[in-house]
Each structure stands twice: as C-alpha cells, then as structure tokens.
Design a protein. Sequence first.
Length: 414
Amino acid sequence: MAEFLKDKRILLIVSGGIAAYKSLELVRLLTKSSATVRAILTSAGSEFVTPLSLGSLTGDRVYTDLFDLTDEAEMGHIELSRDADLLVVAPATADLMAKMANGLCNDLASTALLATDKPVLIAPAMNVRMWEHTATRRNLAQLSGDGIHIIGPNEGDMACGEFGFGRMAEPAEILTAIEALLGPGGGPLKGRKALVTSGPTREAIDPVRYLANRSSGKQGHAIAAALARLGADVTLVSGPVAIPDPFGAKTIHVESAKEMLAACQELSPVDIAVCVAAVADWGIADLAGQKIKKGKSSTTPMLKLVENPDILATLSNKSGNRPALVIGFAAETENVIEHAREKLARKKCDWIIANDVSLPDGGKRSGVMGSDHNRVHIVSGDGVDSWPEMTKAEVAAGLAARIAEQFNTQDSEQ
C-alpha cells in the first residue's frame, strides 16, 4: 500500500453503534499507510470496542474522559484536536451529529470537535429510520454547510434486521476519502483531466415506466475515486444509482443515454475517458406523454425501439480533441475475451475491461452486477491481462495505477 499519509496525524473518534467494530480495520489501514492515529472512544463506543483493542492498533493510549486531570496535563482536549491534521468520526451516530450541528459539548468527543480548527470527516451510521428522520436531515444539511466532510452512509442490511441507507462506509472507502483530503498535493496524475461514466441509464417509456439494467455503479464510482486519489481532476457522469457520490470527484447526475452523451461532450477535452456505465443499447422511439393504461382488450402494447448513441465509440472516434486514453468496459455472459476483442476493434478504444456477469452456480458469480467483487480481463492491442478476483475498490486502485503508468511511459518517451 502506498504511503499517501506518511507523517499525517489522524484523530479518530469512535462513537457508539454496531459499526464501531469497523473502526479497528480503519486504524489498521491508516497505520499501514504510515499515518499516526490517536483515538477518542466515547462511553457508548466502549460498549462495542475496548480501549485495549484500539490502543493496541494505534500504538498510543486511547482517550475517553473529558475530566481526567492526568490526560489534561499530558494532552488537553484542545491540544488533542489541534495536534491532528484531520479529525475522523467513524461511526458518527445521530446523537453525535446532532451535538456537532448545534455546537453542544458535554463529553471529550464533542468537546474536541468543537475546539478544533482542523478539517473534519464523518462517516454516519444508524438505523435507516433515524437516517431518514427530518431532524437528522436538518443536522446533516447544517454540518455540510459548516464545511464538514461526509462519506456515506451506504445501503444494505442492518443489524436491526432492516434494509436501507444507514450502514457506515467501508474502511477502505473512508481511507480513500482521507487520502483525498490529506494525500500529497501532486500524484502521478496531477494535471490530467479524467472523465468516468458509471451506473445504468434509464430510457423512459412513459412518465412512469422506463427500461434499465442491473448496474449498481459500484465499479465506476470506485474508479473515479481512485483516479482522484492519484491527483487527477475527475468528473463522474452517473446514471441513477443508490450509492453516494465518490469522494474527490465532481459528479454530474443524468438519466438517459442521450443525457449522458451530452454531459460527456460538454466536458471535452479530457486526457482520460473511462466508460464504465452500462448504457442502454436502445431507447423508445415514441415516448408516451401519459401513462400507458391497460385496456379492456388482451392486446399487449408494442414498444418500438431505436438505437441509442454509442458514447464509447463517439469518444474513441472524436476528431481533434480525442482523449489520450479511452477505456471501455464489456460486461459479457459468454465468450468474454473474444467479445471484448471484437468490441475493442469495433469501438476503436485503447483498452477494454471485460468481466463475466453471467449467473452460474446459483447466481454466486463474483462479477455479477451489484456485487462488491469483480474479476476482470484487460484487453488491449498488447494482449490480454487477466486479474484474479478482488474487490471492486482493489480493481479500481489497480486500474488507476495502470493508467498512471501508461502516462508516465508516454511522458518518458517524448
């Protein structure tokens, strides 16, 4: 792992909630990136993780009590917050967010947050009902307006048995956000402009219905974040997804293939284009102005399809301001490499990243749309490079590094 955070000091605040256990993995990732980590553990947080476990990983004492005179003599709460380069709250409970939004401070964690003059990143984690509550939304808006950086929460199953938004962002995602905030000002892609497309598109049938696909946007969003971490100026053009915007990238939200193409064209010129989005191949020829109603007859309405614009081919064949590197994705269900090679030639892009999204073995394939893992093959004029199964975040980091290497090679040859 690259030492993006060498000599950086992180004050990690762990508040109460089942997601507190993830803070231990976050500390491990931070120390592996050569960051120095101090930890504040709230009384509620200590119900889920212990000072001993946190201290063992940070290599430092864990701070818990606002009124401990020994602590105040050694490292006062004001100095504790100001000594850090960044304060990270993970998990950030609804209670602590409410305190932050209203300037309340009745324990060490809230006092340190109020006393700091350094940037703050929070990773909310709570029940979906609490996350959706009007008070939480109001507090979130206040914190965002105050300049607090926010990552997540993610959507998924919760310990309480419910499903929805409220799961704390994964430690690797939080690390990426921290690196974007504190990482070196340069990076191998500094000065490069990158365009990434992500997610599905929706092609309207009528004001209610649409055609779409199963793309989650996880891979495209991860690639946008990884490129930003290496210093690129990244703009993500995203179709409708249920995941947060990636940290460090500007995001443009669109729905249809035509809207996505228009957004991509407006961003020209760029140095790098990574077309990850699963763009619908067809749209509806005649969009109904009103909801199509079931008739009394048994006749099924006929939908006439028309071919959508080809975003990857348009960018690859762009005259004048063609990106120096155009990368496409190929989600295949059979003959993956063969079809990827055909697509590479047909689209005239530089690389195709192919993966198998079929559903063998009861649908447990890692690369299936919506999963957190992928197994990709990089197909280019130089041949095929097949990668082992890994998380989509790891695929994104590897691809970003390969892109940086490509530009470094081009620069050295000039």
